[in-house]
Design a protein around this ligand. Structure first.
Ligand code: FEO
Length: 405
């Protein structure tokens, strides 16, 4: 195949290469703000059966082919494994398969269906189940289905001798960079981006993550590398333990001594209320995290909420409704179904004030327990009006501390 390799593969082990793409410029991922870009990781196993694990987003097909070509002629690929059918990993898969003509393509049972429903493949896709193995010659690939982490088709592949867990989206993060390994990044950057990824992609499936982490020892995997489909690869045993512990903790969604105040404001009345609530929280002994949604984005809020035991939402009433920016963020959070949170609502209005009830309904739909009376303010709050907001902060703070005991 005539494919000059202007981009190079990067060695992971003696026989495994990273052949993915770095997307430095992507800043939006179905509603998730990715200000640090992302990577679409794909891996080439140079065994007797040359195997490609996953592909990349369609516009990066040439990156993938180029990096493969720096190691081997892509036409020599025997097997392709698709761990996840979402188009950021499969967008060019059908085209790659047409070019490469592999002997076999493997995916989970749901992956087989999803790939056929997304694309036109010229060849059949072989379905594999948890516990199935395929020999690559010297080494073996073992499969573990991870349904709903985070699509029905998702699965892990484990390379037995090289001890690499190809974990598709799990343990991933949206972080573009020229370094391939987690130990080459600053800890705080890794933690924030991994947490953001969990909060925005995986939070809804926390129950399944707990089950998977409990079940994982049954598979007797000796994991020396975790190679996700986004972001850096974990190779230091300390880092592997660290990211698994992060997931264990996030999946529990424990209460913490932080409270999120998220609001928007029209003529600064609701903002004044937010500031007094934050003072009340602080004086109760709880750390407030205050976000004006028009100055941030919904994925930032979802990330902060993972570390907060309470959510206090504020909105003015606009045209008999909640402010559109607040409807956006609360719709997004409702979909992610955070657990174990308490909360309250507040807002200023001119003549009707429907936003308050709508805010209450949003939080109840999120199973947030409302622990303080809502504060509804006509027009501009004066200093004596703001006392009610301060007291709301005190009340939520005290309730939170009570539950942390
Ligand atoms: Fe990175 Fe679910 O795709």
């Amino acid at each position: 195949m005539n494919n000059p390799h202007y981009l190079k593969a990067v060695k992971v082990t003696e026989k495994v290469y990273w052949v993915g793409a770095v997307d430095w410029n992507v800043n939006e991922f179905h509603g998730y703000r990715t200000e640090r870009g992302s990577t679409y990781n794909a891996f080439l196993i140079m065994d007797e059966k040359i195997t490609l694990i996953d592909a990349v987003k369609a516009p990066f097909k040439d990156h993938l082919l180029s990096r493969i070509s720096s190691v081997v002629d892509p036409e020599k690929i025997d097997y392709i494994v698709s761990n996840h059918a979402e188009p950021d990993h499969s967008g060019c898969l059908a085209e790659i398969a047409r070019l490469v003509k592999p002997e076999k393509i493997f995916a989970s049972v749901a992956g087989q269906k999803a790939l056929m429903q997304h694309y036109d493949f010229d060849m059949p896709i072989e379905a594999v189940k948890t516990g199935d193995e395929i020999s690559l010659g010297q080494d073996t690939l073992k499969f573990i289905e991870t349904k709903m982490l985070h699509w029905p088709d998702s699965m892990f592949s484990y390379l037995v001798n090289d001890k690499i867990l190809f974990s598709q989206d799990a343990f991933g993060m949206h972080l573009a960079g020229s370094s391939l390994f987690a130990d080459e990044y600053e800890h705080d950057v890794l933690h924030w981006e991994a947490e953001k990824y969990y909060a925005n992609i995986l939070l809804l499936y926390s129950g399944k993550i707990k089950q998977l982490l409990e079940k994982l020892p049954e598979f007797n995997l000796d994991i020396r590398y975790i190679a996700p489909d986004h972001g850096p690869i974990y190779r230091d045993p300390k880092d592997i333990g660290m990211v698994i512990d992060w997931y264990r903790n996030w999946a529990e969604q424990p209460l913490s001594n932080n409270a999120l105040v998220v609001y928007d404001t029209m003529w600064n009345s609701t903002e004044k209320m937010a500031m007094s609530i934050a003072d009340g929280l602080r004086d109760a002994g709880v750390e407030p995290i205050v976000i004006k949604i028009s100055a941030r984005d919904r994925s930032f809020v979802a990330t902060e909420l993972l570390n907060c035991g309470a959510i206090i939402a504020g909105s003015p009433t606009l045209n008999n409704n909640i402010f559109p920016s607040m409807a956006d963020v609360l719709t997004y959070l409702k979909g992610l179904r955070p657990q174990n949170r308490i909360g309250a609502v507040f807002g200023s209005y001119g003549w009707s004030g429907e936003a308050i009830k709508q805010l209450e309904d949003y939080l109840r739909d999120m199973s947030v327990e409302l622990v303080a009376d809502s504060v509804k303010q006509k027009y501009v709050p004066k200093s004596n009006d703001l006392e009610a907001c301060y007291q709301l902060g005190i009340k939520v703070g005290q309730e939170l501390l009570q539950r942390l005991k």
